[in-house]
Design a protein around this ligand. Sequence first.
Ligand code: ZN
Length: 513
Amino acid sequence: MTTAATTTRPSSYNDLCAAMHELGTLGSISALVGWDQETYMPPKGTEARSDQSALLAKLMHERATDPKLGEMISVCESDPDLQDPTNAEFANVREMRIDYDKATKLPGDLVSALAKAQSKAQDVWKSARKNNDFKSFVPALTEVMSLTRRKGECLGIPEGGELYDALLNEYEPNATAAQIESIFTPLRGKLSAFIQEVADNGDAPDVSFVHREIPTEKQHGFGMKVIKAFGFDTDRGRLDTTTHPFCSGFAPGDTRLTTRYALTNFPDAIGSTMHECGHGLYEQGLPKETGDFGTPLTQAISLGIHESQSRMWENMVGRSRAFWSWALPIAKEMFSPTMDDVALDPMVRAMNTCTPSFIRVESDEATYNLHVMLRFELERAMISGNLDIKDLPEAWNTKFKDMLGLDVPDDARGCLQDVHWSFGLVGYFPTYTLGNLYAAQMWETINDTITDLDEQMAKGQFGELLAWTRAHIHVHGRRYSAGEIIERATGRALDPEPLMRHLESRVRPAYGL
Ligand code: ZN
């Protein structure tokens, strides 16, 4: 495939791809040492590891901003053989230009000031959260936010947009705050009303049996069985244990999944495993093995689309009755005798709870989105200057009561719970709910296309589902924007209704509504 393509490609383009391949390889080394740090590195390796990571980051930055790379991109942009906008090569050069401009727009002093402020703010945040002391975090967070604002200004406000968009585009290219607001606002109202209805009239499922103790090795064995059935290729990837699960698809033929195990909460572990597996299936489906590894068309288009793949396997598949029809007998046998008395009905109900709570990462599939919307509204206000950092707790608590109906007891369980803002990660949160929205919309199309999907899943067959995601999402890399991918795959623009329909279809039966 590679050779046939390269013979007809201009040499300017091949040179550019070779440079990107080296940059991609450096990135894969950096990801590898990062993965090792989170999994197997002994505690005393920290200092040398941070030297290794810093050196790699410096080398990568030098390459990514090298004027020679800029010239190579310019040569391709004016090459008469690369002018057809419908060609993959055209899209690849277009995306390289975007990356190059972004990398060269940020002045070195800003990058290092931000890195310093982030690492300080992270330390301060840790103790502020531990001591429930927001006041002590205000100066550090104020500094990070003001540098983040400067970063947005350097990246440039998209035409007709706002400063927040410049930051959002780092994670979700082409998305705008206004567009997200237009989807989140109707969803927020419906979701809040639905959650209230469930609280008032629902018959809450019994979840006590999911807290029975199951040894970690048995949970790992079950997780491996599930991800192999999903289609994760263990010759091109592996699953290891960590504290904060993640997936790193760093090179052709090498995608690492990590998960965590709680002795008395096996759905939490299998949920994490299926979630990271969804990310891993996307990574394994990107066309990295074409020889153009390192170029944009072999990379994920956005965090939202990445998250749509993880949420689809974790939620649409992993909380469904069809999935558990297949998986429960396997779990019962592997965990025997702990789960011997658990029937399908209670299992499915326990997987689809809906209960407002304070902590985002512990929340259920439905209420999760309200946690995200709250953060989106607050960070947008902080960036635009409409919300003073010192007033964050009050704004948080008021919105929380309004959206989730609970009085926040303290800032540790309120605005201090997430690490993101101390890192200057603004524009990141909405991609979680965008992922849910994309996944729900894809899920409707998939079920219209594969009409016996439930029967297939109940037999442990996921191949046709995976093939759909490969053909409609994975194969494109960054060729199309996230919005274009959704339109091409589902025939329509992003819409909040499919997610609402999906959540109701799962939660209503679980609560006897
Ligand atoms: Zn994820």
